[in-house]
Write a protein that binds this ligand. Structure first.
Ligand code: URA
Length: 266
């Protein structure tokens, strides 16, 4: 059906199906009217919708500024509740402006296992809970395979807000959230950390290699808030496993490594 023949609701559904599922500007912009206007005066473009490929680029926030603000805010948080409140008050990461909800954590903060993914997706943003979409369902099954669930694991992300249209987060956005993530890990003090996917592993391990190289090995994770390092393992992201089920065999090996290490440390 041509767009001209669609009802507004059909056009909206079509846009969402095409991936333009985020309202980015406060006010809608009628681009048809704009293009019909002869030589309209130059105005800053404010897209109404953005897909993964058209989502706006980085906020006008220097990474050092966001990171400096977040270091100060994160340092003051002595409990998980205080850290959450600090994030709710934090304005140094522009992702907050387009996200529906802060996605802080799920699971048991007393658990010996802490899992960190990259960033909330659409369903996580809607519910304000990490890993509740299709990747989360597979993550739950992966945990189940080694006798774990959300009562025996604590789950969060490197970013606390969804990047619009699920675009790749910028370095500035990751840097702005990192002091909170470091504080988060230090407050939970798990015995073992699992970094889910290449983006989380690279950001937390400060390594350049991709997940193919990073997985399958234990690392000593360190940060300025920790007095002792924590053993950390990087695994494939469940979203990747959903696309490439052939890699599940490797992940099964990683999960067995994880189970053995948790048993040793129990
Ligand atoms: N992918 C992630 O990395 N984190 C989530 O919370 C959901 C999907």
């Amino acid at each position: 059906m041509a767009m001209d023949n669609m009802t507004p609701l059909q056009a909206l559904r079509w846009s969402v199906a095409m991936g333009a599922d985020e309202a980015i500007g406060d006010e809608p912009v009628d681009r048809y009217a704009q293009s019909a206007e002869p030589a309209a005066p130059a105005q800053p473009a404010v897209p109404v919708h953005a897909s993964a490929s058209t989502a706006p680029a980085a906020p006008p926030l220097a990474s050092s500024q966001g990171a400096a603000d977040s270091r100060a805010a994160a340092r003051q948080a002595d409990t998980l509740a205080a850290l959450r409140l600090a994030l709710e008050a934090f304005e140094g990461c522009a992702l907050k402006q387009t996200a529906t909800n802060l996605v802080f954590a799920d699971g048991n903060p007393e658990a010996d296992l802490m899992i960190l993914g990259e960033a909330p997706g659409a369903e996580e943003d809607r519910q304000g809970t990490p890993f509740v979409g299709p990747s989360g369902q597979l993550l739950d099954r992966m945990l189940g395979a080694i006798g774990r669930d959300r009562t025996s694991a604590y789950i969060s992300n490197v970013l606390f807000w969804r990047p619009p249209g699920n675009r790749t987060p910028t370095d500035a956005e990751v840097a702005a959230c990192m002091p909170f993530v470091q504080r988060h890990i230090a407050l939970v003090r798990p015995k073992v950390l699992v970094f889910v996917g290449g983006a989380a592993a690279k950001a937390l391990l400060e390594r350049k290699e991709g997940i193919m190289r990073l997985r399958g090995t234990w690392y000593d994770y360190r940060n300025p808030d920790l007095d002792v390092p924590i053993p950390a393992l990087a695994i494939f992201h469940p979203a990747y496993l959903l696309r490439s089920p052939g890699q599940k065999r490797q992940t099964w090996r990683d999960l067995l490594m994880l189970r053995a290490r948790l048993a040793e440390l129990a």
